[in-house]
Design a protein around this ligand. Structure first.
Ligand code: PHB
Length: 362
């Protein structure tokens, strides 16, 4: 198959991307301890993958409160900023681009991961099903504490400071994580948001926090260096919404005021694509005024088809980038792909992280 569309240039703000294959954010839980600090091994991992048109960093906690998994990195301390600088330098040395994904997990955490062992926070006191991954092992999720209205400005401030820190760390831009059941999505979807103040109830109220966070982040970065990730049909982390089409159409219309670089859509998430709900992603594509980045189970062929049918402008690949550091070249040449070992996705050291070979340089 020819991949004329996949390997065509695109401008993303003032960045000239040489093709359309983006590396999706991937949680790998390998920061240095104590302090959740990015290290030389993390820099090597990203360096190996810098032939992506754009790398989006693994989800990165904007504050100690925003942390939900052991060993994930943060962007709220000077040591973390210095650690990330090694990563951005490594990617830039190879001619690549990297955005940081800004993450607050909300209820998807545990008091063992929280400052002073307090309960995680959320729009409403409703627990997520399952278990949290802590330094001491797996523990059932607890019922979170509902945020007081007076605490919301502090949450927005966490995003603003993290956006500033990402700039200090040398990133080319940032992605706001509003997907996959974390804090911003907990506000957006009505299964998790039972608030009766201006952040709950109507669609307008539920998307308010995501829009205010986008405002704060675009006060720090120009809009064309900011993307946002959403998962309208996602059920991951026990998420539900009674009318996602209306919610996300409204959100995307409102996002247009910020002239963002891209809208990153998780169309499918998880093994085999468990999302069965009908959803008109093309409505969002036609509503949004920036680039549409599709994600979820794509391969070279389906990505080329999506681009050539004008369904997307960029396609983000996650798991294939774990085990194929030179994924763009492999797709271009029709080379076989290495299958990723799921046992080494989260935590550990070099194995399953920086030891997947490229076809060319070792
Ligand atoms: C995960 O750690 O499993 C994870 C993190 C961020 C996501 C999705 C999954 O957006």
């Amino acid at each position: 198959m020819k991949f004329d569309h996949l390997f065509s240039e695109i401008k993303l703000g003032d960045l000239s991307l040489s093709h359309r294959i983006v590396m999706a954010p991937l949680t790998r839980c390998r920061s240095s301890q104590p302090g959740d600090i990015p290290n030389d091994m993390n820099a090597e991992y990203y360096r190996q993958r810098s032939s992506a048109a754009l790398i989006i960093s693994e989800a990165t906690q904007i504050s100690p409160q925003g942390k939900g998994y052991a060993f994930t990195p943060g962007i709220h301390s000077d040591e973390q900023i210095s650690g990330w600088k090694k990563v951005t330098d490594a990617v830039h040395e190879q001619g690549g681009y990297i955005f940081m994904q800004l993450w607050h997990v909300g209820r998807v955490s545990h008091s063992k991961l929280q400052p002073d062992n307090t309960l995680p926070v959320a729009p409403s006191a409703i627990a997520v099903e399952g278990q949290a991954f802590t330094e001491e092992g797996m523990f059932d999720f607890e019922t979170p504490r509902a945020l007081d209205l007076s605490e919301i400005p502090g949450i927005i401030e966490q995003y603003r400071l993290a956006a500033i820190n990402a700039k200090k760390a040398g990133f080319d831009g940032v992605e706001i994580h509003a997907a996959n059941g974390y804090l911003l999505e907990q506000f957006i979807k009505d299964g998790t948001n039972k608030r009766s103040d201006i952040y709950g109830g109507s669609i307008e109220n539920r998307v308010r926090l995501a829009l205010e966070v986008t405002q704060a982040v675009t006060d720090v970065w120009p809009g064309d260096k900011v993307g946002i990730r959403i998962s309208p049909t996602g059920k991951f982390n026990s998420m539900t919404d009674s009318n996602p089409q209306a919610v996300y159409h409204y959100l995307v219309e409102k996002l247009n005021q910020f002239n963002l670089a891209y809208l990153h859509i998780v169309e499918k998430f998880g093994e085999g694509g468990v999302e069965v709900e009908k959803f008109d992603f093309e409505q969002l594509r036609h509503t949004f005024n920036g680039a549409y980045m599709a994600n979820g189970g794509y391969n070279g062929e389906s990505a080329e088809k999506s681009l050539s049918n004008d369904k997307s402008d960029l396609v983000a690949f996650g798991v294939p980038f774990i085990s194929n550091p030179d994924l763009p070249q492999r797709i271009k040449q029709g080379a076989s792909l290495t299958t990723a070992n799921a046992d080494t996705f989260y935590g550990g050291q070099e194995e399953g992280y920086i030891d997947y070979p490229s076809m060319t340089a070792g």
